[in-house]
Ligand binder design. Structure first.
Ligand code: MLC
Ligand code: AMP
Length: 456
């Protein structure tokens, strides 16, 4: 993979501000030198975990692992011991770089080269939630990452003249694959703001901005910060549905109609509106280069693209995962079944209308499995039963909401903190209801659709 555009080819230029994270910067030559030093340390490892704090060290460590030909395993910065141990054990990572392992020194330099990895070699293993159980490791190759970032660069006219600004977590597709590897490959400087706060976005002076809908909604709530983005070239939203009122408010404040794009950990970005085309509120756009989509009925037949009929969205393209760590991907004829329900207009524009399963929650752009949070709650000695759902939330899109039957006196806050400590802070329930019983059907299965009804 050509990782740092501009430093490796003939006529290369050193960019003094190639990457800055929370106010600390490295030039492209320094970044490459520091990453090669890490690569020298980890050479021979097949998988290298990185404690992915929002720091320059994370960028250097990820790049070092990739240059060494190892699969890089980003570990969520806020992961509690149970989630962290699962990721380290499941991925088989031999080395951990970062605060919980070997410290990364960004002042070191090396120029020792490494053999280029093969396109089909694993580049990244990213953990993401399913409806039940612990998160699964999604394996992406150098070829899939390359195809994924090149496709969005083409759709968004992303060039070295851009300056990308975002403050998203460095352990998911959005912040890491697009937000770091995309910038390095496009050759555009990256300003990572540490946290995605409106005033930091406003002060960063970018041409290209990334955010999840919660970030855009918070920016709209600070009109002065929003107006500062009028000078940008492109504002991009993704990872969850951008509410139409937020799209319109952003347009009114900045003069920009945001680009929306749709993706998944397993597929990278497959659908987007384009820099050189229209942007329609409530729509995620058209397939990016190399992608085909299909809306599928329960019986497997394709539903018509008439703007009204809904079907499960299936996608096909070169940016799809190679597989999961311990199981192949279920790719029937190359199609990945996203689990998202969509409509397609006759002109090929897509709208995401929901998910097939209520057990996958999107909160602040994070994907959270209901089963994983239920298992964490059940590990608390006072919890007898637990059921978790997503409920509408003005700021986060959905809030993780837990209904819990307890055997002893326990405060709601203690259960929130218990999940935050064991899994990740961002997976904690924002609302806990202590109830006498969960609604169950005759088979004893919890009827989640009845949760929240006045019966409880
Ligand atoms: C609160 N805090 C606690 C706590 N409660 N700490 C410990 N225990 C508790 N019980 C603290 C946190 O440490 C943090 O402190 C602060 O409270 C706020 O934490 P939060 O509530 O989790 O943050 P919040 O404000 O809700 O964050 C909103 C957000 C975040 C938008 C910033 O949700 C976010 O970064 N989302 C991005 C997710 C993302 O990148 N998804 C992409 C997936 S890839 P402090 O001091 O640290 O602030 C994908 C593919 C694609 O989907 O298509 O892109
Ligand atoms: P993750 O694996 O964290 O990347 O989450 C992927 C899921 O996020 C998808 O299956 C969708 O449900 C959701 N998602 C991502 N982008 C969008 C979008 N632009 N609009 C609506 N949902 C989205």
């Amino acid at each position: 993979m050509r990782l740092i555009a501009g430093t490796t080819g003939p006529g290369s230029i050193d960019r003094p501000d190639a990457v800055s994270v929370a106010g600390r910067a490295l030039s492209s030559e320094a970044l490459l030198g520091a990453a090669l030093a890490v690569a020298g340390d980890v050479r021979g490892a097949t998988a290298v975990a990185v404690d992915a704090t929002p720091s320059l060290e994370t960028v250097v460590a990820v790049l070092g692992g990739l240059l060494a030909g190892a699969a890089v395993v980003p570990v969520p910065a806020d992961a509690g011991p149970a989630e962290r141990e699962h990721i380290l054990r499941d991925s088989g990572a031999q080395i951990v770089l970062g605060p919980g392992g070997t410290p990364v020194d960004v002042t070191r330099r090396s120029s020792a080269g490494h053999p280029a990895p093969a396109p089909g070699d694993a580049a990244l293993i990213m953990y993401t939630s399913g409806t039940t159980g612990a998160p699964k490791g999604v394996v992406h190759t150098h070829a899939s990452v390359e195809a994924g970032v090149d496709a969005v660069a083409e759709a968004w006219d992303w060039t070295p003249d851009d300056r990308l600004v975002h403050g998203l977590p460095l352990f998911h597709v959005h912040g890491l694959v697009l937000g770091v590897l995309g910038a390095l490959r496009a050759g555009s400087p990256l300003v990572h703001t540490g946290k995605p706060q409106p005033e930091r976005y406003a002060a960063a002076g970018g041409t290209l901005y990334f955010g999840v809908p919660t970030v855009w909604s918070r920016i709209c709530a600070q009109p002065a910060a929003a107006r500062a983005l009028a000078r940008a070239r492109l504002l991009v939203s993704g990872s969850a549905a951008l509410p139409v009122p937020v799209f319109e408010r952003l347009h009114a404040l900045t003069g920009h109609r945001p680009v929306e794009r749709y993706g998944m950990t397993e597929t990278l970005i497959t659908i987007s509106s384009r820099a050189d085309g229209p942007r329609r509120a409530g729509h995620v756009g058209v397939p990016v280069q190399g992608v085909r989509t299909r809306l599928t009925a329960d019986d497997g037949s394709e539903v018509p693209a008439d703007g009204t009929t809904i079907g499960e969205l299936w996608v096909q393209g070169p940016m799809l995962l190679r597989g999961y760590v311990h199981q192949p991907a279920d790719l029937a004829d190359g199609w990945f079944r996203t689990g998202d329900i969509a409509r397609k207009d006759p002109d090929g524009w897509h709208r995401i209308v929901g998910r097939a399963s209520t057990d996958l929650i999107k909160s602040g752009g994070y994907r959270i499995g209901a089963g994983e949070v239920e298992d964490a709650l059940l590990a608390h000695p006072a919890v007898r039963e637990a059921a978790v759902i997503g409920t509408p939330h003005a700021d986060l899109g959905e809030a993780v909401t837990a209904y819990v039957v307890v055997s002893a006196g326990v405060a709601e806050r203690e259960l929130e903190d218990f999940v935050a400590r064991h899994l990740s802070i961002h997976k904690r329930p924002r609302v806990v209801h202590l109830v006498d019983a969960l609604p169950r059907n005759a088979m004893g299965k919890v009827q989640k659709k009845r949760l929240g009804s006045p019966m409880l």
